[in-house]
Structure formats: structure tokens, C-alpha cells
Design a protein around this ligand. Structure first.
Ligand SMILES: [Fe+2]
Length: 214
């Protein structure tokens, strides 16, 4: 059981409707008036306030995921984050470590990409990349046992965050399956999760300001 208070009911936690638009609404996007589009943007901005609750809800849900391991996926994330924090890493890396496997709540085969894209607008580029490629780096510890080249990480050898990703996989992620490890509880990380996912979300890099587009 957790003492964390998650706003909203069920999943996903949703922002309550507090505003309505009384003007004309075209039923297709290109027909939306500027006033309606501005109204919609306010609703989106309000909705983004619920991202920390949704991330926490996903993490809580990962306590149900065991997949034959000796620890739940929530415990695995807590151990990984605890090790990163004890190694003196910054908040982005600690939160990324906590969230790195939460994509498994949806689908394990490409869980790295799922989790990475969920955290991308809110964390540093290094934290995002570390999560995105962590299956490739983790491969050295198990892929050889299922008939796959375990050195798949080498394709990333020229990336500036290569050493960080190596450290993540070899010192924390790989070690975080120990039912006896004194991991910190989710309540310890909750303020960090709320801080990181309350940041103003970055837009995709290839979205240019209107004036600079052409
Ligand atoms: Fe992991």
C-alpha cells in the first residue's frame, strides 16, 4: 500500500472540467477559431498539471508486475533510483532511473522507448537518452543467454552520454533485482517526481517558431 495521494480517480487521473466554451465550434480542426484554439490550449496546459499524478499512478501500477523476478517492477525501479541517488546523481538521472522500466506496464518488448518518450519533455537530454538505449546497454548481462549479440551497446560508442549509460546499466539497473537491498520507498522519490514532471514541457526540437519557419 502507498500513502501517496494521486489526484483524480482511476487511470488516467484526469483534470476536472472547470471551463466551457460558449462560442461557435467547427467540427474539424482547420475550422477552429483562434478563440476556440486559445481555449483548447488552456485546457491542455491544465491537463499537463496532471502528468506527475499519472507518472506516480503508473509507478504504483508497476507493483503488480513481477514477470518471474524476485522483486516487483516497482521495487526494481526503486532500487535503481536509490543506487543512482547514493552515487550522487542529479535529480533528472534519479527520476529517470526510477521511471526507466515503467513502459513495461504497457509492453515489455519496446519498454525503453515507451518510457523514454514519456519522460523526454521534462528531463535532460542525457537522462532521456540513457533510458532510451538502456536495453542495448543492459544486453551485455543477458542477451548472450538468449542467442543475441550482447555487445549491441557498442553501436552507441560515439555518443557523449555513453559512459553514463554504461554506468546506469552496469552499476545500478543490472544490480537492482535484490529482494534484500535497502531501497528507499516511493514516498521518498515523490517530491522529485512532482518537481521534474511539473516543469514546462519542452516542445519537439523540430517545431520552429512561426516567424523563423520559412
Ligand atoms: Fe531495469
Amino acid at each position: 500500500m502507498t500513502s501517496i495521494q494521486i489526484r483524480g480517480t482511476g487511470f488516467p487521473p484526469v483534470a476536472p472540467e472547470i471551463e466551457t466554451f460558449d462560442g461557435a465550434k467547427a467540427p474539424w480542426m482547420s475550422g477552429f477559431s483562434e478563440a476556440y484554439q486559445t481555449f483548447l490550449q488552456r485546457q491542455v496546459d491544465r491537463d499537463v498539471e496532471y502528468v506527475p499524478d499519472r507518472i506516480l499512478a503508473l509507478l504504483v501500477a508497476s507493483a503488480e508486475l513481477v514477470q518471474g523476478m524476485q522483486v516487483t517492477q516497482l521495487e526494481h525501479g526503486l532500487e535503481t533510483a536509490t543506487m543512482a541517488e547514493r552515487a550522487g546523481m542529479d535529480i533528472d538521472i534519479v527520476v529517470a532511473a526510477l521511471c526507466h522500466d515503467m513502459g513495461k506496464v504497457i509492453s515489455t518488448p519496446n519498454h525503453s522507448a515507451i518510457a523514454a518518450e514519456m519522460i523526454k519533455p521534462f528531463v535532460s537530454d542525457d537522462a532521456y537518452w540513457m533510458v532510451k538505449v538502456h536495453q542495448d546497454f543492459e544486453g551485455i548481462h543477458y542477451l548472450g543467454k538468449i542467442g543475441v549479440d550482447p555487445m549491441v551497446r557498442l553501436q552507441h560508442r560515439d555518443h557523449p552520454a555513453y559512459e553514463l549509460a554504461e554506468r546506469f546499466a552496469d552499476e545500478w539497473d543490472e544490480k537492482a533485482f535484490d529482494p534484500d537491498y535497502d531501497m528507499l520507498p516511493l514516498e521518498h522519490f515523490e517530491p522529485m517526481v512532482r518537481e521534474v514532471f511539473s516543469r514546462r514541457a519542452k516542445r519537439p526540437e523540430h517545431w520552429k517558431p512561426l516567424a523563423a519557419a520559412h
